[in-house]
Design a protein around this ligand. Structure first.
Ligand SMILES: C[S@@+](CC[C@H](N)C(=O)[O-])C[C@H]1O[C@@H](n2cnc3c(N)ncnc32)[C@H](O)[C@@H]1O
Length: 210
């Protein structure tokens, strides 16, 4: 079988290019942040955008903004008048997030909130069509519980990195891996949702609330 990196390169080449703003945000993220690999990047970003175009959500929630790349991709497919709320715990990213949202000309569609997801989610008086969990891995289960009643019936919850570079096959290897495996197990047992893990980059859990 061809090496996985070559397959990834092929996928990269034969997928649509993101906008010039997104390309610039990714470039700046690699130049200016300490852990740039946290960014969704081209393939995952195109997937988020495609999903958003398919669902045409009115309300989206992202937990873990980082530099705003995923928020912008999710905003691309919003219904008329739709809004993406995105929560970031790291205050030092606040200006960068705002600048990036403005560069993408999405200031009217993305509301950036700075603070801990676990504190801000209960204060959001909205019903979401799509939620993207992409923050603190050990808190995935908590985020899921906090958002669940705020997701419409037929709505979707996505969670990134659920394969954790394959470490979930040895769930007891460390605390984060254990948490992610426990989260996957929790979702799989939750009769209120249908779920599938797709091997997108580091694994994406997709749940549909019944
Ligand atoms: C993987 S990055 C997010 C990437 C982004 N969603 C994207 O698509 O490019 C995770 C982010 O979550 C933030 N974070 C970690 N714990 C958090 C929490 N409890 N609440 C909100 N944000 C958190 C981190 O500071 C980091 O910027």
């Amino acid at each position: 079988m061809a090496e996985f990196n070559h397959i990834l390169k092929y996928i990269h080449e034969f997928s649509s290019d993101p906008t010039s703003s997104l390309r610039e945000i990714e470039r700046q993220t690699y130049l200016k942040t300490f852990a740039p690999q946290m960014i969704s990047g081209k393939i995952q970003g195109r997937f988020l955008s495609m999903l958003s175009h398919m669902i045409q959500p009115r309300r989206v929630l992202e937990i873990g903004t980082f530099t705003g790349y995923g928020s912008i991709c999710l905003a691309e497919g919003l219904a008329e008048g739709g809004v993406v709320y995105t929560i970031e715990a790291n205050r030092e990213l606040e200006n960068t997030i705002q600048q990036n949202i403005e560069m993408a000309r999405f200031a009217d569609r993305i509301k950036s909130l700075i603070g801990q997801g676990e504190e801000l989610i209960p204060k959001l008086d909205e019903q979401f069509d799509l939620v993207f969990i992409d923050a603190g891995k050990k808190d995935y289960g908590l985020f899921y519980d906090l958002v669940f009643d705020k997701v419409v019936s037929g709505g979707f919850i996505l969670a990134d990195n659920v394969l954790w570079a394959g470490k979930v096959l040895q769930p007891n290897s460390d605390r984060e891996t254990r948490s992610i495996h426990d989260f996957n197990n929790k979702i799989n047992k939750d009769v209120r949702v249908e779920n599938v893990i797709i091997p997108l980059i580091d694994g994406m859990m997709i749940c549909r609330k019944k």
